[in-house]
Ligand binder design. Structure first.
Ligand code: ZN
Length: 490
């Protein structure tokens, strides 16, 4: 049977078949078809086979029934029952994985073009609660759009879905119930800041006030004045570094333990612990202490995201001494290897100067997360095809910058931000560090701005991306491709 012949029998003859999507299973066919920019699912086969789908239009051709329906929740569930590879997977047996927080729900197709030939698992669905709020999407939508892209591309190698930066049991529950197999637990609300600046006396007083003498005794027997050696790394705890580690991280460890027992074990989740959103870098002693305390409680993590030295600011290259980073990164890797997990690098967008170090040192595997950079590539398509709209977006982003800075920390202010005149062209807005960050942090406000009930920018941005999808694909391909090249992915 020829799918195109069946399609042509529908009244909507301007449907086109997406060739990469054609699947045959038990004599039935499943295909994505397009009409203008709208996509539909076409199912062709026996009448009984189609019982669990909802179609807008159905025809009979010989012995076959053919139905066309939306990429709806119901049809998604029906497809999940048929195609195992449309389910998001854990990273348990995966060496390299790469997080792609696609905020617009369009980038996964381009990402799959890039990842189909790579030995890296794409974590296509990756959103924090903050990002869901700012884009007005739900976890179900995020996961479904990734899974439909997987189907459309016929990508059967397995993709990931990460409920990113989840901060409490309710958020974890939300991601898990939507079908996310991976969670990133953000323990930052249980991590105490300001400990490192205490004097020895203040530190000791706080330690005595908050840690029972029984626990103090246990911890001191386990760590104090002992040296732990592995790889080229030696870690020795003084009373000061032990007290610091305990005071900063002990509550976070209890929190991880609670989540592990309530969710990770029962749902067999892929577990990442992130301690990157803290005021000071994670020292080797801190990292070892956390790893060891987690192990003591039989908590198995797939990846851990420490806060590295230097600065991993959004959407720009690494800021800091690359040689110091290399030395410290090696120590973090030694600890991760000793405890059997991989390092996770957050805010990994555009960190070109440290990718080769990560690739070289993390031979046993890594997880790198990107998000905002995909949005900036979308804006690059806007700048290319509608410079005037891009100018309006930038002017708007400056007007709401103070509001955006409630959610994200960047140095730029309305006062010191570059003007379009000083940058020279709208394309330049996506090359300059300051303007990249401004456009990055204001994404939610840009998308949600309404005037008289209509979106001011959102619909126009989507129209441009759909009209110039080839541009979007090739820009994402080369930009994310540069990340993978830097990491040494063949
Ligand atoms: Zn993070």
């Amino acid at each position: 049977m020829n799918i195109k012949d069946i399609v042509s029998k529908f009244k909507l003859s301007d449907l086109t078949v997406v060739d990469s999507s054609v699947q045959e299973l038990d004599g039935n066919f499943y295909v994505i078809v397009k009409k203008n920019h709208q996509k539909f699912l076409l199912v062709v086969g026996s009448k009984e086979n189609a019982n669990d789908f909802i179609f807008e239009e159905e025809i009979t051709v010989g012995n076959y029934t053919a139905g066309i329906g939306y990429l709806s929740d119901v049809n998604y569930e029906a497809m999940l029952d048929r195609f195992e590879w449309m389910h998001a997977k854990t990273r348990h047996d995966v060496k390299y994985s790469f997080g792609l927080g696609d905020r617009l729900g369009l980038a996964s197709l381009a990402h799959l073009n890039l990842f189909k030939d790579k030995d890296v698992m794409p974590v296509l669905a990756q959103q924090s609660i903050r990002e869901l709020m700012l884009t007005g999407r739900t976890y179900n939508e995020v996961l479904e759009s990734a899974a439909w892209a997987v189907f459309e591309k016929g990508y059967t190698k397995g993709f990931g879905a990460d409920g990113d930066h989840l901060k409490n049991p309710y958020e974890v529950e939300y991601a898990v119930s939507a079908g996310f197999p991976m969670i990133t637990l953000d323990a930052s609300e249980h991590i105490k800041n300001g400990i490192n600046s205490l004097s020895d006396t203040e530190l000791k007083n706080l330690y005595d006030q908050t840690i029972s003498s029984r626990l103090q005794k246990q911890l001191e027997e386990a760590y104090l004045n002992q040296t732990f050696s592995f790889g080229k790394t030696n870690i020795t705890f003084t009373l000061r570094t032990l007290m610091e580690s305990v005071l900063i991280y002990m509550d976070a460890i209890y929190f991880a333990q609670e989540i592990y027992h309530d969710f990770v074990i029962p749902y067999e989740l892929d577990f990442e612990v992130s301690i990157d959103e803290t005021a000071v870098p994670t020292t080797p002693e801190n990292h070892y202490f956390i790893a060891n305390e987690l192990k003591k409680r039989d908590i198995e993590v797939v990846t851990m995201a420490p806060r590295f030295c230097g600065e991993f600011q959004k959407a720009i290259d690494y800021i800091g001494d690359v040689d110091v980073f290399e030395k410290e990164y090696q120590v973090h890797q030694d600890i991760a290897s000793e405890f059997g997990y991989k390092l996770s690098i957050h805010s990994g967008s555009d960190k070109f100067s440290v990718f080769p170090i990560i690739g070289k040192i993390s031979k046993s595997g890594w997880h790198v997360k990107t998000a905002g950079t995909n949005w900036l590539e979308a804006l690059r398509v806007v700048a290319k095809n509608d410079p005037k709209l891009m100018q309006e977006i930038y002017e708007y982003s400056l007007s709401v910058l103070d509001k955006a800075k409630q959610y994200y920390v960047i140095d730029s202010t309305k006062e010191n931000a570059p003007t379009l005149e000083s940058i020279g062209s709208v394309d330049g807005l996506l090359e300059n560090d300051a303007t990249r960050q401004i456009l990055h942090v204001t994404f939610g406000l840009i998308l949600n701005e309404k005037f008289e009930g209509e979106y001011v920018f959102k619909d126009k941005i989507y129209t441009i991306l759909n009209d110039h999808f080839d541009d979007y694909e090739s820009m994402l391909n080369s930009h994310i491709g540069r990340h993978l090249d830097g990491l040494g992915v063949a």
